[in-house]
Design a protein around this ligand. Structure first.
Ligand SMILES: Cc1cc2nc3c(=O)[nH]c(=O)nc-3n(C[C@H](O)[C@H](O)[C@H](O)COP(=O)(O)OP(=O)(O)OC[C@H]3O[C@@H](n4cnc5c(N)ncnc54)[C@H](O)[C@@H]3O)c2cc1C
Length: 432
C-alpha cells in the first residue's frame, strides 16, 4: 500500500510514523523548509501520551516535556480575596494519569527523527501540495506537488490531507466547514518561569484571564485573554501596560514578564472553531486541523490531531495486512473519530463561553461550580476523563443539578466503576 500525506505537522508525522512502523510506503510533503517559530499547541493530554508512548516515544517525552498532574483555577474577587479549585489528573485509575507540556517544534522533531530511523526518503520539505488529479479510470489519483519550482505527480493508493486549518486537500475535494466565532482573542508568549510557579494555573479577575503552563527548561507559556480588536490599543499603550496586566493577575510574574521586551515576541491568537462536513471522500481522508479546529482554552487541538492519526494509521495498517484496499473502509475512521471530536469540540466551546461573559453573579456561580466539581469524586472523575481523551462519559441533568448545588443532588452521587468508562481497543479500532 502507498499513502501520500500532505502536511508534515503533528498529525501528518504521527500518521507517517505509525504507517512506517507497519512497513507501509509513505510520502510526506511539507511546504515549510524549516521549523516554524510560530507558537502552536503544547499541551499533551493523557490519551496522546499513551499513543505516542506506544509508538516508542515515551522516554523522549519524559526527557523533553514537563509533566502536569494538576490544574488550578483561581478567581481574584473585587475584595482581593482569592478563591480556587484544583483539578487533578491523578484521579484517573490509569497508568497515563498526567498531562504534559512539550514545545511543539520539539515534538515534531522527535516524530521526524523516529520516522527517519525507519526510512530516509519518505519526507520532502520545502515541497507544496497543489491538487489531486484523476489518472486513468476508477479511483486512481495523483497528487500534484511543487518542488524547487517544478510540478511533479505522485500516484498513490490513499491520500491524506494534514495541512492544518487551510487544508488545500479539503478545498480540492470541496468539503465544506461549519464554523463558530468568539468575542475574544489571546496573546501568547513564553519567558523564564518564577520559581514558585509549580502547577498549570488559570487566573481570572473581572473580565481578565491569564493561563500559565510550566514548560521544560524553566520557562512558562502564558496565554492572556483580550477582547477582539484590543490588540491595536495594547500596541499603542506600550509594553509596560501589558507587563502590569500580568503582574496584577499574578504578582509572581514581576521581574520575569519584563524579559518580554518587544511586541514581536508576542503572538496574537485568534480562536477558530470549525468542523468539516465529512472527513472522508473516496480514497482520501482529512485529519487534524484540516478536519476540525477547536477553541484553544481546553488545550485539545494537537491532541485531536494525534488521536485521528492513531485511528487512521491503525485502520490503514489493517487494510494493508488483510489486503483490502476498498476505500469505503475509510469510513471506519470517521465513524470512530467524528463523535469524539464533536464531543471535545463542544466541551472546548462551552469552556470558552464560560469565560466570555463578565457579570459578578456569573463569575461567582462559575467558581462555585468548579469547586463542586473538585469536591465530588464522581464529577471530578468525569471532568478529567472527558478532557483526557482516555474515555468519555457524557454529562447529564443529574450532573448539572449537582454542579448547580441542588441540595438533594449532593447526597445522591452515583457509585461508579472507573474501568467501565475508559475506551477499550474495541472502541478505538472496531473494525477488527
Ligand atoms: C496560532 C495557533 C495556536 C494554537 N494554540 C493551541 C493551543 O494552545 N492548544 C492546542 O491544543 N492547540 C493549539 N493550536 C492548534 C494546534 O496547533 C493544532 O491543532 C495542531 O497543530 C494540529 O496539527 P495538524 O498537523 O493538523 O496541523 P498543523 O500543525 O497546522 O500542521 C499542518 C502542516 O501542513 C503544512 N502545510 C500547509 N499547507 C501545505 C501544502 N499546501 N503542502 C504541504 N504542506 C502544507 C504546514 O506548513 C504545517 O506544517 C493552535 C494552532 C494555531 C495555528
Amino acid at each position: 500500500m502507498n499513502v501520500f500525506i500532505s502536511g508534515g505537522g503533528i498529525a501528518g508525522l504521527t500518521l507517517a510514523l505509525k504507517l512506517l512502523q507497519n512497513n507501509i510506503n509513505v510520502t510526506v510533503v511539507e511546504k515549510n523548509a524549516k521549523p516554524s517559530p510560530k507558537y502552536k499547541g503544547e499541551l499533551l493530554q493523557p490519551k496522546s501520551i499513551e499513543i505516542l508512548s506506544h509508538l516508542g516515544l515515551g522516554d523522549q517525552l519524559l526527557k523533553y516535556g514537563e509533566k502536569i498532574e494538576q490544574m488550578i483555577v483561581k478567581e481574584i474577587e473585587p475584595t482581593h480575596q482569592v478563591k480556587y479549585a484544583k483539578w487533578d489528573y491523578r484521579i484517573l485509575d490509569h497508568s497515563f494519569n498526567y498531562a504534559m507540556m512539550i514545545p511543539h517544534e520539539k515534538l515534531k522533531e522527535i516524530l521526524l527523527d523516529a520516522c527517519h530511523q525507519l526510512n530516509d526518503h519518505f519526507y520532502f520539505g520545502d515541497t507544496k501540495f497543489i491538487t489531486l488529479e484523476p489518472e486513468g479510470t476508477g479511483l486512481k489519483q495523483v497528487a500534484v506537488i511543487e518542488q524547487a519550482g517544478e510540478e511533479k505527480r505522485i500516484p498513490s493508493d490513499f491520500f491524506v490531507g494534514a495541512e492544518g486549518r487551510m487544508s488545500p486537500v479539503r478545498q480540492t475535494l470541496g468539503i465544506g466547514l461549519k464554523r463558530k466565532k468568539y468575542n475574544h482573542h489571546f496573546l501568547t508568549v513564553s519567558f523564564p518561569k518564577p520559581s514558585q510557579l509549580k502547577e498549570a494555573t488559570i487566573i481570572t479577575k473581572g473580565d481578565q484571564l491569564l493561563g500559565v503552563f510550566p514548560l521544560p527548561n524553566d520557562l512558562v507559556r502564558t496565554v492572556l485573554l483580550i477582547k477582539s480588536g484590543e490588540y491595536k490599543q495594547l500596541l499603542r499603550s506600550g509594553l509596560d501596560t501589558l507587563h502590569q496586566r500580568y503582574i496584577d493577575l499574578m504578582p509572581a510574574m514581576d521581574g520575569f514578564v519584563q524579559s518580554v521586551d518587544s511586541f514581536k515576541k508576542i503572538q496574537l491568537m485568534i480562536p477558530v472553531n470549525h468542523h468539516a462536513e465529512t472527513y472522508v471522500f473516496e480514497n482520501t481522508a482529512i485529519i487534524g486541523d484540516a478536519a476540525h479546529s477547536v477553541h484553544p482554552i481546553a488545550g485539545e487541538g494537537m491532541n485531536l490531531a494525534i488521536q485521528d492519526s492513531d485511528v487512521l494509521g491503525e485502520l490503514l495498517t489493517w487494510m494493508d495486512r488483510t489486503n483490502q484496499l476498498d476505500p469505503t473502509l475509510l469510513r471506519w475512521f470517521e465513524r470512530v473519530r467524528r463523535p469524539r471530536v464533536e464531543y471535545i469540540s463542544n466541551l472546548s466551546h462551552l469552556s470558552a463561553l464560560v469565560y466570555s461573559y463578565d457579570f459578578a453573579l456569573w463569575r461567582k456561580f462559575r467558581m462555585q461550580v468548579l469547586q463542586r466539581i473538585e469536591k465530588n469524586s464522581y464529577l471530578h472523575f468525569k471532568q478529567i476523563l472527558n478532557i483526557s481523551g482516555l474515555g468519555a462519559w457524557k454529562e447529564n441533568m443529574f450532573d448539572r443539578l449537582m454542579q448547580a448545588g441542588f441540595p438533594l443532588a449532593q447526597h445522591l452521587g452515583p457509585s461508579f466503576n472507573q474501568k467501565e468508562h475508559f475506551y477499550t481497543k474495541e472502541d478505538d479500532y472496531p473494525w477488527y
